[in-house]
Design a protein around this ligand. Structure first.
Ligand code: IPE
Length: 260
């Protein structure tokens, strides 16, 4: 039986790797296999107490949009989108295990419900047990049942903030394909809710088809988390070595912090 790692829940790290890194976001279901391998190898170097969430990229957004999700309840669309994101998850889990980590797939569709697009309940016990036994849960953006709307989409960013809040994560890192929050060509080293109104219009970021709000949606989630007392960092996971730095708590991009 694997030994229970005492105190590990005080050291939880939550990392998200955006779908735009792992897939070609404009073309349906095209994985970037080399990038998946590189990302997996970096993550496998710092696996302690880590929960990984990856985006859906073109395995999710393109198909969801085709079926009119999340606005339209469409069983076929739900199934097709879920089955597609599972395929990307399998590729990530496989690459991580080849890189020497002990990843375990978790499919959000089966263990949570939304209410008006927000996570209402989420069975975290299996994830906690995995972390305690040295396994790495690997979750992904997914479709989900919504108790008011029927169906919805749970973004990787929502998963990250929910878990980080519930488990009081020590490190929360969001890997994207940009260097952080960029305003007038400059990377902000820090941002809080206070600064948001003045820069709101300039938040573009992300590329390709996106049904979960791009950089703006991401930032709103993280600002909310910051106001609950948990800082996070948005960084460029396409740059070699940045993932390890982020996991070690070194400065790599824009820190999202509580308004002072
Ligand atoms: C989206 O997840 C999930 C679906 C479209 C089914 P994310 O919002 O986390 O994915 P990325 O990172 O933008 O690709």
């Amino acid at each position: 039986m694997p030994r229970l790692k005492e105190g590990v829940m005080n050291l939880v790290k939550v990392l998200k790797i955006g779908g735009s890194i792992l897939t070609d976001k404009n073309r349906s279901s095209i994985a970037r296999k080399k990038e998946i391998k590189r990302v997996a190898e970096e993550i496998a170097q710092s696996p302690e107490a880590l929960i990984l969430v990856h985006g859906a990229g073109s395995f999710g957004h393109v198909i969801a949009k085709k079926y009119g999700l999340p606005e339209r309840f469409n069983p076929e669309g739900l199934r097709a989108t879920h089955q597609s994101v599972i395929k990307l998850n399998e590729l990530v889990v496989q690459a991580l295990s080849e890189a020497g980590a002990d990843p375990m797939p978790i499919h959000p569709f089966s263990c949570m419900v939304l209410k008006d697009g927000k996570i209402e309940s989420f069975a975290l016990e299996p994830i906690v047990e995995m972390v305690k036994r040295g396994l790495m849960p690997v979750l992904h953006g997914d479709v989900a049942m919504d108790i008011t709307r029927g169906s919805g989409i749970v973004s990787g960013d929502q998963l990250v903030t929910h878990m980080a809040k519930t488990m009081t994560a020590k490190i929360v890192a969001i890997g994207t394909n940009v260097d952080g929050v960029i305003v007038q060509g400059k990377i902000l080293s820090k941002i809080s809710m206070k600064e948001l109104p003045s820069i709101d219009i300039e938040l573009g970021g992300g590329s390709g088809i996106d049904v979960t709000g791009g950089m703006r949606g991401k930032l709103l989630e993280l600002l909310d988390l910051a106001d609950a007392g948990i800082e996070s960092v948005i960084f460029n996971a396409c740059r070699k070595g940045q993932i390890i730095k982020a996991l070690e708590g070194e400065s790599v991009g824009t820190i999202v912090r509580r308004a002072t």
